[in-house]
Design a protein around this ligand. Structure first.
Ligand code: 13P
Length: 253
């Protein structure tokens, strides 16, 4: 049985005081919702102060990016050990905005994945096609390539640390969600790809989140699908009320 996993990705939003306030409100609202995993991926500047608030609660803490090197002359970057010692449990790797705006290729992301599994951090590895690729019927090939290259060299036990997030780029921040059927189809494909690369047991235990305009009104129909194990939520995770609403929905399923 895969535990449902609801994660907020704040992207480049919220100052330190705003982040701390959000975390306080969230922790006090969700104390009783313990049937699934809850995560907030906050800006780097807010990691330490938010960790102070959420530690000991059922809210996990994540970062949105990480460099593959241990340390060195990489101005503006952040390492795994910096994230670990800031209190992070998770890190998002390969978000489409990193791929799109910051030139992160499947090969670079593979280096990050190979690094992260050597640490205590748990990666959420993002995949997803752009609109032209979907229109061209290329979705499955693109997602498969992202997974094959991105996860190359990871062992079966490394895979047990990984969550995959399927985020169709055309559905991110657009208000246009993939239909539950569209999402489920790709999630099934991802599980098939993992089964071929590893084995059936690993494919069946892997958690796959959907991301792309998830909000309180579409959470139920998405999360009811057999292969959708949670959500990676952008815009609708920025307000405590709507984030909590989605957490409550996941807890009832
Ligand atoms: P939105 O929920 O704002 O579409 O963002 C999705 C996303 O990119 C989460 O990582």
């Amino acid at each position: 049985m895969r535990r449902k996993f609801i994660a907020g990705n704040w992207k480049m939003n919220k100052t330190v005081p705003e982040s701390v306030q959000f975390a306080r409100d969230l922790v006090s609202e969700i104390e009783t919702y313990t049937h699934h995993d809850i995560l907030i991926c906050v800006p780097f500047t807010a990691l330490v102060p938010v960790h102070d608030v959420v530690k000991g609660s059922n809210v996990k803490l994540g970062a949105q990016n990480m460099h593959y090197a241990d340390s060195g002359a990489y101005t503006g970057e952040i390492s795994a050990s910096m994230l670990e010692t800031a209190g992070c449990d998770y890190v998002i790797i390969g978000h489409s905005e990193r791929r799109q705006y910051f030139g992160e290729t499947n090969e670079i992301l593979n280096k990050k994945m190979l690094k992260v599994v050597q640490t205590a951090l748990l990666p959420i590895f993002c995949v997803g096609e752009v609109l032209e690729q979907r229109k061209a019927g290329d979705t499955e090939r693109v997602v498969e390539e992202q997974i094959r290259t991105g996860l190359q060299g990871l062992s079966a036990s490394d895979l047990s640390k990984v969550t995959i997030a399927y985020e169709p780029v055309w559905a991110i921040g657009t208000g246009e969600t993939a239909t539950p059927d569209q999402a489920e189809e790709v999630h099934k494909h991802i599980r098939r790809v993992i089964k071929n690369l590893y084995d059936e047991n690993i494919a069946n235990t892997l958690r796959i989140q959907y991301g792309g305009s998830v909000n309180p009104s579409n959470t139920v129909e998405l999360l009811q699908r057999a292969d959708i194990d949670g959500a990676l939520i952008g815009g609708a995770s920025l307000k405590v009320e709507s984030f909590v609403e989605m957490i409550k929905i996941a807890d009832r399923l």
